[in-house]
Design a protein around this ligand. Structure first.
Ligand code: TXA
Ligand code: MG
Length: 348
């Protein structure tokens, strides 16, 4: 299929592009939209045939459910069987924004959206273009990240073009995404709220609103063979570049020494800005050591850039898993297939 590429930086000036995208969504098309987290591959969530197109375009496994995006909080009411008090509190605190809630699904959501689960993932994004398109479309929009399944999520239009040209009806170019990592996912269907995927809304922020939350073991640990994932997306090797990734822990000197001792053909360092002057192998920075927001913003671009450069092995300086850093670390663990090294103790 032909893919339209439309510039959409400003909801006022670019209203024609927004109207085109909204019309495509209303009529069952596939449209890539910018959001504040990553780009999403959208379709009308109430149209099962359109939603099936998302799975085909991405090459996404059928058992991995999608997030449904709305243009205002009250739009979730018909999509769920109840809105518990916790959901209202989370929406007040973090919507519009990079938070997804899992709630019991109503009949308005076709089974294909939720991969047959009795629940649905819901998000009200803050990006002005995403909001305008969803509002104009007048339907809830199912949208996973707009990458080919298994690749890092796209954080600018060029990433979407290289993964999805010819596979979708339109790509709205809204410039680079501000957060750079997918939304925080919280399940509200069990007794206790449970963090399924960390993101820009941190565990500490969630605890302030909800009191206690459980952190799903898949956030930091590899699922056992055959185990059931609470968030099916967690079980796939995700966010992964073609190169083999190793996460190297430790302070600047320990990391730099390890990386310098392991340079070789196709070996790259993906490090903090402070490391770069001390590295004697090809290297790129993904942000400052003490700035997890900046690391989040650049992480997926850096992984894609390493593929473009033909890196065969990447030695990543591991982030501190605190605040937004927990989300950065969670994505890097998956990119590395959980391969980690601690130079200070010599342990893998
Ligand atoms: O920031 C984001 O969340 C982006 C933008 C486009 O909004 N979307 C995104 O979608 O990251 P996706 O499909 O790449 O990730 C959705 C995650 C997957 O891990 C999926 O398994 C989980 O949410 N998920 C979706 N519905 C679920 C459900 N009903 N129960 C449990 N997990 C669910
Ligand atoms: Mg994804």
């Amino acid at each position: 299929m032909d893919t339209l590429i439309l510039e959409a930086r400003d909801p006022g000036k670019d209203s024609a592009a927004i109207e085109t995208a909204a019309e495509l969504l209303r009529t069952g098309g596939l449209v890539i939209l910018p959001t504040e987290t990553v780009y999403g591959l959208g379709a009308d969530a109430t149209n099962p045939a359109a939603v099936e197109g998302i799975f085909r375009a991405k090459g996404r496994p059928q058992d991995n459910p999608l997030i449904v995006h709305v243009a205002k909080t009250e739009d979730i009411v018909p999509l769920v069987t109840e809105v518990p008090l916790r959901a209202q509190k989370l929406a007040e605190a973090f919507w519009p924004g990079p938070l997804t809630m899992i709630l019991p699904r109503s009949e308005r959501i076709p089974a294909v959206v939720s991969a047959g689960l009795e629940t649905v993932a819901l998000r009200f994004p803050s990006h002005p273009i995403a909001r305008a398109v969803i509002e104009r479309a007048g339907v809830p929009v199912a949208a996973p990240s707009a990458n080919r399944s298994g690749s890092p999520s796209p954080t600018n239009a060029q990433h979407c073009i290289s993964d999805m040209m010819g596979r979708v009806d339109a790509i709205l170019d809204g410039g680079p995404c501000q957060v750079g990592l997918e939304s925080t996912v919280v399940s509200l269907v069990g007794d206790k709220p449970r963090l399924l995927r960390p993101g820009a809304v941190t565990p500490a922020q969630l605890r302030e609103v909800l009191g206690e939350i459980e952190v799903d073991s898949a956030v930091l640990h590899q699922l056992e063979e055959g185990a059931r994932a609470s968030s099916p997306g967690m079980k796939y090797r995700h966010y992964a570049p073609k190169a083999e990734v190793l996460l190297v822990h430790g302070g600047g000197a320990a990391y730099q020494e390890y990386a310098n001792a392991h340079s070789g053909d196709g070996v790259w360092a993906m490090a903090f800005r402070e490391d770069i002057p001390f590295l004697r192998l090809p290297a790129l920075s993904y942000g400052g050591a003490a700035n997890p927001e900046e690391q989040a913003e650049h992480l997926f671009s850096a992984l894609r850039e390493l593929d473009d450069k033909g890196a065969k092995q990447v030695l990543v300086h591991a982030p501190r898993p605190e605040g937004v850093g927990l989300a950065v670390y969670n994505r890097l663990l998956r990119a590395a297939s959980f391969r980690e090294y601690y130079p200070e103790s010599g342990c893998f």
